[in-house]
Design a protein around this ligand. Structure first.
Ligand code: NAD
Length: 295
């Protein structure tokens, strides 16, 4: 199948690269010329606009864009790709956006005769490079089966979560829990150290006790507890605090629309909002522990 790929950023670039490596015929577009040139160097065909990419008539079109506004801008409206596609196409949006927008775009795609799936990912840029991403997929089961081999070139776990939008539901629920658990681990580590515990010993206790979670074990926020964690290199790399803020915003907004309380999610969202305002948005999200530590 001929695949089109839109959005070649930190995630989309390596994902597209893995499709080329797996032997797929790939056409790409990004607003960034250097990003297109890099993929062309690897064997993809580069295009200068969405319209040109659509005119190349791919069988499958994958997008990996920053946020819902970009996704709606690219897919919807008279100039959008749904209106421009001349044949039924599998559309797969891997961006992290709110479930409501994902369902709106999927409805427009289906009304125009296309199959659409939302397939947000977990695993970060390292997972995108290593082709070990987890895909959370929303849409018809038959469509998921059809495109599964394509997703397998970019990821390891491909889970069908239900109807359109449910991939995004899984993603926002998981990332809300991640944000909450990181704040909890930061609070517990800071409390223990201020009461006299050694940080490494405390982390060891937590990680063999009932407080253990990904934020304590793999990405502990206390400096020098884990040699390879962002906390031990000035919180560089990893998953940015502003990206966590975006995902917590998606969760709290989806909760508001569903009239579902998310008390801790809202508190975590406000903590990351304040942290961003202090200029820390580019630091790994474990840096939230700075709110608790004496300088
Ligand atoms: P990014 O900002 O690095 O890349 C986005 C790319 O989209 C950029 O290259 C940009 O030029 C391009 N773009 C924007 N508008 C466009 C348009 N109209 N047409 C074509 N290209 C356009 O972002 P990223 O880190 O790759 O993240 C992409 C998505 O994946 C986001 O929704 C993010 O929340 C999600 N995500 C990111 C991570 C991560 O660790 N970075 C992990 C999981 C999920």
């Amino acid at each position: 199948m001929h695949i089109g790929f839109l959005g070649l950023g930190n995630m989309g670039g390596p994902m597209a690269s893995n499709l080329v490596k797996a032997g797929h015929s790939l056409s790409v577009f990004d607003l960034s010329q250097p990003a297109v040139a890099e993929l062309a160097k690897q064997g993809a065909q580069g295009f200068n606009s969405v319209a040109d990419l659509v005119a190349a008539a791919p069988d499958v079109l994958i997008s990996m864009l920053p946020a819902a506004a970009h996704v709606k801008g690219v897919y919807l409206g008279d100039e959008g790709l749904i209106a421009q596609l001349s044949k039924p196409t599998y559309l797969i949006d891997c961006s992290t956006i709110d479930p409501h927008s994902a369902r709106e775009v999927a409805q427009a795609a289906q009304a125009a005769g296309h199959c659409m799936l939302d397939a947000p990912v977990s695993g970060g840029t390292a997972g995108a490079q290593a082709a070990t991403l987890t895909f959370m997929v929303g849409g018809a089961a038959a469509d998921v089966d059809k495109i599964r081999p394509i997703l397998q070139a970019m990821g390891k776990n491909i889970t069908h979560c239900g109807d359109n939008g449910n991939g995004q539901v899984a993603k926002v629920a998981n990332n809300m829990l991640l944000g909450i658990s990181m704040v909890g681990v930061a609070e517990a580590m800071a409390l223990g150290v201020s009461l006299g515990m050694d940080a490494k010993v405390l982390a060891g206790i937590i990680n063999t006790s009932s407080g253990r979670c990904w934020s304590s074990e793999i990405n502990n926020p206390y400096p020098e507890v884990l040699e390879n964690a962002p906390a031990s290199r000035g919180y560089s790399g990893g998953f940015g605090s502003d990206l966590m803020l975006k995902d917590l915003g998606l969760a709290t907004e989806a909760a508001r629309l569903a009239k579902q309380p998310v008390m801790l999610g809202a508190a975590a969202q406000q903590l990351y909002q304040a942290f961003s305002l202090q200029g820390h948005g580019n630091l790994d999200f474990s840096a939230i522990i700075k709110l608790y530590l004496k300088e």
